[in-house]
Design a protein around this ligand. Sequence first.
Ligand SMILES: *[C@@H]1O[C@H](CO)[C@@H](O)[C@H](O)[C@H]1NC(C)=O
Ligand SMILES: *[C@@H]1O[C@H](CO)[C@@H](O)[C@H](O)[C@H]1NC(C)=O
Ligand SMILES: *[C@@H]1O[C@H](CO)[C@@H](O)[C@H](O)[C@H]1NC(C)=O
Length: 382
Amino acid sequence: MALWQLYALSVALVSSFVASSSSSFYHTAVAPPQDLQISDPGLLGSLDIEWKPPPNVQAFNECTVKYKFEYRNTGDRDWKVIFTRKLKFRVGFDLSRTAEVKVQTLLEGRCTNDVEVQSDWIYATFQVPLQGKLESEVQNFHCIYHDWEYLKCTWQPSLLAPRGVRYGLYYWYEGLDHAAQCDDYIQDHGINIGCMLQNLSQAEYKDLSICVNGSVAATLLRPLYVTLRLHNLAKPSPPKQLVVSMSASEQLHVAWSPPGGETPPQCLEYEVQLAEDQGEAKATWASVSTQMETALTITRANQSRISCVRVRARTNIFCADQGFWSEWTQECFSVSRKEDKQLFILIPVILSLSSSFIICMLIGQCKKRSPAGKPLHASVGC
Ligand SMILES: *[C@@H]1O[C@H](CO)[C@@H](O)[C@H](O)[C@H]1NC(C)=O
Ligand SMILES: *[C@@H]1O[C@H](CO)[C@@H](O)[C@H](O)[C@H]1NC(C)=O
Ligand SMILES: *[C@@H]1O[C@H](CO)[C@@H](O)[C@H](O)[C@H]1NC(C)=O
């Protein structure tokens, strides 16, 4: 072997040693996962996302391999992020829009000198076939969860709906094997314009996926996709057994019972309003709010004449991000109008220690039970 050959070989060896040692300690590269796939199990919003490990993954036995999985609907500003060692996920999307996912490999351990190494991303998208014209989708879709007992959803036929249109409502939540169809429709002139769903307690605090689709003669209409959360759509009945009493000592006592139904009493807040007797003038209502308390003592100034008291209830912030007010209960009295004085509410007095204690307990409990609320989003295609 000629001297120059030996020299060239040793340079090659040294440089390859330097290259390999520096790469294993400073910039070990890792490939992205492979075969990223999205499939639709027919659950009206949930999609299955799968991928395979990168090809060279056995080489990193001194390191942990993880994945950073991100997903969103086209048009969303932010990606939702999941760090995982799994290779398969089922996550919820709004099927009227394109689903976008991306995954990268994360490598960390002795093989990377405990520095986290990230691969490039791989991407995939999914879109259900969008049949029918956009204007053929149903309109004004609304749902209310009455007394935490039944869900009533209503809609109006699309502008383009011809005679004889047949609408169907399908729903799914985690725990059901497959999407189910409504079996109690509300009809108007023979057309389905709403649905009553009972027995949904298993769906509380979860995503409930709904699709309203339809057909007429041979034409398919654009389906509507909605994901909602029951606890954010709750509407209680009015409180019960409102009792108002006035004591001689200028004090007004108001007490009531939580509404019936399945509404959890600890999930309610109340608003109490008092109307002052103002003779011929229209009553003005003054409001007092309470959290969970079902009694209130109000000190009246100047013996003002309260002529009506009304109370209503709503889901409180410990159980939901939003909800609907119940109807008012109302209690009115005829009062003599000797003194036309102004109502002056000093202080709602019943903020007892015990109620702050209940609030503390509830923050713990309800926050656990109710994962971060997701706004209702409506969209298209079943
Ligand atoms: C309510 O749903 C449960 C399963 O989630 C079922 O076993 C039960 O029979 C249902 N009750 C009614 C009244 O439909
Ligand atoms: C409506 O959607 C359901 C559930 O995906 C499906 O089974 C049904 O065939 C659809 N109906 C029409 C008219 O598209
Ligand atoms: C209460 O009565 C006093 C004297 O009669 C009067 O000066 C005061 O403005 C009254 N207050 C209210 C809130 O009506």
